[in-house]
Every structure is written in structure tokens, then in C-alpha cells.
Design a protein around this ligand. Sequence first.
Ligand code: ADP
Length: 498
Amino acid sequence: MMDNEKTLTPKLIKKLWFAFILLIVLMGASYIFITGYLTLNYNQAITQRINSNVAEHVIQEKFQNEAPFLEDGSVNKKLFGDLMHDMMAVNRGIEVYLLNKSGDILYSVVLEHNDNEPMKSVSLEPIKDYIATNGQEFILGDDPLNPDEQNIFSAAPFSIDGHEGYIYIIVAGKQLALISDNLFSSYFTKLSIGAILLTMLFAALIGILSIWFLTKNLRLITQTVRKFQEGDLDIRIENPEQSDIEVVALSFNKMADTIVDNMDKMKSVDNLRRELIANVSHDLRTPLAVLKGYIETLQIKKDSLTENQKEEYLQITHDNIDKLSGLINQLFEYSKLEAEQVTPIKEPFSITELSHDLIAKFKLLAEQKQIHLQLDNPEENYMVYADIGLVERALQNLIENAIKYTEPKGKVTLSLIKMGKQIEINITDTGSGIPINDQPFIFDRYKQVDKTTQKRGLGLGLAIVKKIMDLHDTTIVVLSKPYEGSSFIFKLPAYQLQ
Ligand code: ADP
């Protein structure tokens, strides 16, 4: 299927490409700009360096035999006229200026004029810097013909007949600048096009590769998610730590686990409900049938029954109603615990006092069965930190079971022992005991060792105890030998009085 192979949205690819092209254009532009700027400076620096001694040369050559100033102090125009001839032959772009020592222009030899108003003086700072560095540094100075621009120059000081000043020569005059601009722009255009093409080619190659690598993990994740969506609940992203998008991969795996867990939980709740309905209908049917039978007898034989018989029948109905409501309560309690609707409210209380109360409560029942029910070590007062209602419920179920599964003349003992920061609670009987093979399962719901006996209840008693232990982060263990008896042991945190 085509649809299955399409693992990434075209939108994402488009965005990635857009970002990439933008990057290439920006790179190209900055490349051109930087190259352009540096090349211009480079050209100027070379021209300046080549012409570095031109000014010095003029002084040495021209001022050796003839002074630049006449006796009346005016400029020797003839000397500079010669200079102009020399320049015309060599380079028309050169401009020579005679400066006094404060930078004022005393005379100029310029072949190529322009429309600008020439400057009357130039800044001495670059000239002094230039002389100080011996013409070896790239320095720009004022261009008298173009007051807005800076240009490369050559300069040298002179001191003749009490006249001090500088010969200041602009070496790249207008024409030179024009030629270099023309040449430069043609080279530069070629360079730019070449550079852009190369950059784009490399960038596109790198782009394709990196988009492929970048989206590789994404494709894998999308494929896995799709398979999961199609019902393959066991599928997970392999080696999520190695994925480039580790967080997404790990989160997906965790999310899938949670979904599967929740589905399992829902399934088990569903099974429980089904089991419950089956068990409940079975367990409730017996007392209901008994009830129905006796009530019908009472109705039909109302007149022929003796008072004693009527009393007996009513007692039986009463007992069965008790049994029924007991079963229903147990069911209700268990389903609440199972649905995790019960939050323990822990508080300090005396487990000794609670045990005394329970012994008193079950005394009568035990006596009826000729069972000796007792509390060991009754003087010590032990405090625990737990939910009193839930602990009472657990103890009640355990004592009830102990009495239920112990024969007449037997013994049921509840003992409390302090063990460090915990109190151990032990309910021991001398009853029928539990076969070793069954011991691991008696805390499961509906698990009854002997289904044939009359003693059986719903099989929820120990399951409720187990849930209560879970809520207190503790465990219960059973030690039992068939025909000798059983011990149920658990621990609760002791409450330390400060
Ligand atoms: P029931 O309602 O059947 O008593 P429980 O969950 O309370 O269900 O107990 C599960 C099973 O564990 C019982 O059916 C019984 O076989 C066994 N059992 C529990 N307590 C004792 C005990 N003190 N002595 C012997 N067997 C016990």
C-alpha cells in the first residue's frame, strides 16, 4: 500500500528544504560580501605598498638640484611643471601635493580634475602614521579631489632652506580607481558566480544527506507508531536510547506500555466481574433457596405447625438472612478494595486494645465451638500506626477463619510481639491446617481449599486481608501444617511516643 510507505508529511520535508535553501542563500550572500570587502582592501594595500617610496623618491630626485621654493618664498612652479611632464608619461592617475607642516596644500599637480571643490588642507594624522610605519601599513588618507572619500597615498617629509612640509601623493587616482573597479567587478562577478554555484552544490549534497539522516529515525518511529495503531500492541521502538530523538522514542515506548497495561487492567476487571457474577449467583442461591423453602412452608402449613416449629423455622430464615447479608457485605467490601477506591487513613492506635475488643467479640462464638480463644501477652500496650478500621477488618477475617477451621477443644491464639520498629501480629490455631500446595493460593480471590465442606464462604476473606496488607505496604505470611494448625503472621509499623 502506498499510504503505508509514506511515513513523513510532505509539509515537514518542504519546511526542511525551505530552511535549507534560505541557509544557502544567506551563506552565498555573506561569502560574496566578505570576499568583496577583503579583495578591495587587498588591492588597495598592494597598490599602496608598491608605491610606498614614490613620495620619498620625488624628494630625492627633484629637490636635490633645485629647491621647491623660490627665494621670495613662493612655490617653484617650474620644478613642479617638470614633475607633471614625468607623471604624464608614466601615470596620469597620480596626484602630487606639496603640504606645509600643518597639512595645508601649498601646490598641487593634478592632471585629471573633477567637478568637486578641492580641499585646502588634509589631515596630518594618517600621514604621520604612514611615515612612522615606513609605509609598511595599510593606511587611508584624505583625497583632496574627493572630500568624501579616503584613498591610498604615499608621503614623505622634507626640510629644505628652513621650509618644512610633506610631499603627499594620492597613488590611486580617479582613473586607477575606475580601472580597478572595472577589472574587479568582472573578476568579482566570475568569482561570485563560481562561489555561489560551488556552495550551492555542496550545500545541496550535504542537505540531501542531512535531511535523510535527520528523518531516518523519524521514519522509523512513524512506522512503529503506525503498526501499533494497526493493532500490533507488542511493537516497540528498538534501542530508543540510540535514536536521535530519544525523548520521543522513549515516550512512545512508555506510552505503549501504559496503554497495554491499562488494557490488561481493564481486561482483568472484566474477568473479575464475570467471575464475580458466576460465584455470587452460585453462593447467593443456596441461602436464598433455603429462605424460600422455609417461608413457603410457613405460609402453607401455617395452621398445622406447632409454635416451636414456627419458632425454629423463623430462626433458620433469620440465620440465612444474616448469612446472605454477610456475603453481600463481603462482596461490597472486596469490590471497593479491588477498584482501589479505599484510601487508608493512618493514625496511631493501640493494637493491644483492638485485640482485646476482638477477643471479647468472638468469645461467644468460640465458646459455642468449645474453642479456647486467647490473647498472648495481654499486659503490654503496643501502639501501631495504621488504619484502625482496615486492620480490624483483617484481624476479624483471620480470627473468623481460625475459629471456622478449628475443631472443638482446639485453641486460637492472638499474639503481639514487638520487633524493633514493628509490631508482629500472629493468629495461630490448632485447626485443620492448609496443604503446602494450596498455601500460595489461599490469598487469591475465590480460592477455597476444600470446596465440599460446609464451612466454605465466598473465598473472599483472605483476599480482603491481602488487599488491606497491600494498602499498608506490608505482607502476610502463612505457616501451616495439615492436621496441626495454621499461623497467619503480619507486621505493622510501631508508633513511637516522643
Ligand atoms: P472462605 O470464605 O472460604 O473462608 P478465605 O479467603 O477466608 O475464604 O479462605 C480461603 C481458604 O483458605 C479457605 O477456603 C480455607 O480452605 C483456607 N483457610 C483460611 N484460613 C484457614 C485456617 N485458619 N485454617 C485452615 N484453612 C484456612
